[in-house]
Design a protein around this ligand. Structure first.
Ligand code: ARG
Length: 487
């Protein structure tokens, strides 16, 4: 009795201490807001090395300094940026975001802090001389951008790319004839590539502002007041002016020979600014996610398979079996990208959870459905007599399953399971949808900085290929090993 009392007293003390330190922390810790942006938009937000820099970043830093709050930057796909702020995934969007009436219906805007316009980029000597000519050619835009909306509504059906830089590399590759993009990144991109010009006639004038969830009024007021202040004392203009001045990177001299050019491209794509790091870091993320997802998939898939086949073989576990079947139907009936987006934006919508974790769970849950059916088919393929033999030897159902059926089933399904892991590994390449920097996205970032589609894509493909070959090799070894044990 005494012991119990002492124990509960100690526990109570510990809890109070914990609570107190937690409260304490909250007081010292400055408030942190998350900011959504798509960071291939120089000079507003772009990568320098692995850090995101630019006008929006500096404005936020200054707002943070003046209000003693912090902003945590989240790089994400531009076409999900409005959803992100609506669902509370981020508190603010600061992404060279144009104020439009459509968007105003979904979110609140701060006052505008910069003017901009949509301009037309074409190859030198193009027949496109102005807005009217766009109707006759293929036009590239950034998906979900105000340029996209404008072109779609007033000019023609454009080709949509994940960001402006990719639209430009598509133009370099001859896939589109013109690109409509915001003027500041357009100037940067044109300075950074060869043989492109910006037409003097603009498509439409715009204003940039930050966006917030409707009803988030305290934060809105704070941002507006500080932006006013920064305009009045000249800080805002100074930040913009400084970045605009640095906005035109020098183009490098192009080599003449094919081999020389390839060597140059290799240098800019991978060596310069340590860009290979995007691939190396991305590879790590890809491997992490695939491994964790495979483990979740095996564990959960195995459970589901056992429930399903037990229900089939013995008629027990009917209710559980029903749930498993619903699960399989839903998971196998919907695309993994959609599942990933739902898990990220809806299920974990307002929770601040690591994206890597979200991806592990999403791919794990998805893979489980396929693994379950593979293992079940393995169990069902074992001769019925085996179960009967086990049972008549006096073994229980569970024991027969564990030591007679499952080992045989496993051997039968190994090739199919291996295949599932190969698919899983490659499937993680859609992580970019929730702005995870996996291997594929790493290649995309390089492409968006160098406008070279060729080498980064091949490098990414080669790395996946090596991983799959390694995996196949290991599976083959395992298969051989199991065969040897067959006696
Ligand atoms: N101003 C355009 C818009 O609001 C494009 C902005 C793109 N921003 C970016 N960070 N990628 O739709």
């Amino acid at each position: 009795m005494n012991r119990l009392r002492a124990l509960s007293l100690a526990l109570a003390c510990m809890l109070t201490a914990l609570l107190l330190t937690a409260c304490d922390r909250q007081e010292v810790q400055t408030r942190t807001y998350t900011v959504g942006m798509e960071a291939t938009f120089p000079p507003y937000e772009f990568y320098r090395g692995t850090e995101i820099v630019g006008i929006d970043v500096d404005i936020l830093k200054e707002i943070g300094r003046r209000n003693q709050v912090q902003f945590k930057l989240e790089d994400m796909a531009f076409d999900s940026i409005i959803t992100a702020v609506q669902t509370g995934k981020v508190d603010v969007v600061a992404s060279g975001l144009t104020v439009t009436e459509d968007r105003r219906r979904q979110v609140n805007f701060t006052r505008s802090y910069a003017g901009a316009k949509q301009v037309i980029i074409v190859p030198e000597g193009s027949s496109v001389k102005g807005v009217d000519d766009l109707k006759k050619v293929r036009v590239g835009v950034q998906h979900g951008s105000s340029g996209d909306t404008y072109v779609t509504e007033h000019i023609c059906e454009p080709e949509r790319y994940t960001n402006g830089a990719l639209a430009i590399s598509a133009m370099n590759a001859g896939k589109v004839d013109a690109v409509v993009l915001d003027n500041a990144p357009a100037e940067n991109h044109v300075a950074g590539s060869h043989g492109l010009i910006i037409l003097p006639e603009a498509v439409v004038e715009e204003e940039y502002a930050m966006a917030l969830r409707k009803g988030n009024d305290d934060l809105l007021t704070m941002l507006n007041l500080t932006l006013d202040e920064m305009e009045a004392d000249g800080t805002l203009a100074a930040i913009i002016e400084r970045h605009m001045r640095e906005n035109t990177p020098e183009t490098e001299q192009q080599a003449d020979s094919m081999a020389g050019r390839l060597a140059d491209d290799f240098r800019t794509d991978f060596v310069k600014n340590e860009r290979w790091r995007y691939l190396a870091d991305g590879l790590l993320v890809t491997v992490e996610i695939a491994l964790a997802a495979a483990l979740i998939g095996i564990a959960l898939g195995f459970l589901i398979a056992v429930v399903r086949s037990t229900a089939d073989l013995t008629g027990r576990l009917r209710v559980l079996d029903w749930f498993c079947r619903v699960y399989l139907t839903v998971v196998r009936g919907t695309p993994i990208v959609v599942q990933l987006l739902i898990i990220y934006f809806v299920i974990f919508g307002s929770v601040d959870i690591s994206k890597v974790l979200v991806a592990m769970v999403a791919f794990g849950l998805n893979s489980a459905a396929y693994v379950a059916e593979i293992i079940r088919s393995g169990i069902m393929s074992v001769d019925r007599g085996q179960m009967e033999a086990g049972r008549s030897l006096g073994l229980s159902y569970g024991t027969t399953m564990r030591s007679v059926i499952l080992p045989q089933a496993f051997k039968n399904v190994l090739p199919a399971l291996g295949n599932e892991f190969i698919v899983l590994l490659k499937e993680t390449s859609i992580c970019g949808y929730i702005a995870l920097q996996d291997l594929t996205k790493g290649g995309d970032i390089i492409r968006s900085q160098t406008y070279d589609a060729f080498l980064p894509l091949f490098a990414v493909a080669a790395i996946y290929l090596c991983m799959v070959m390694l995996l196949s090799h290991m599976l083959k070894k395992l298969e051989l090993r199991l065969k040897k044990n067959e006696r």
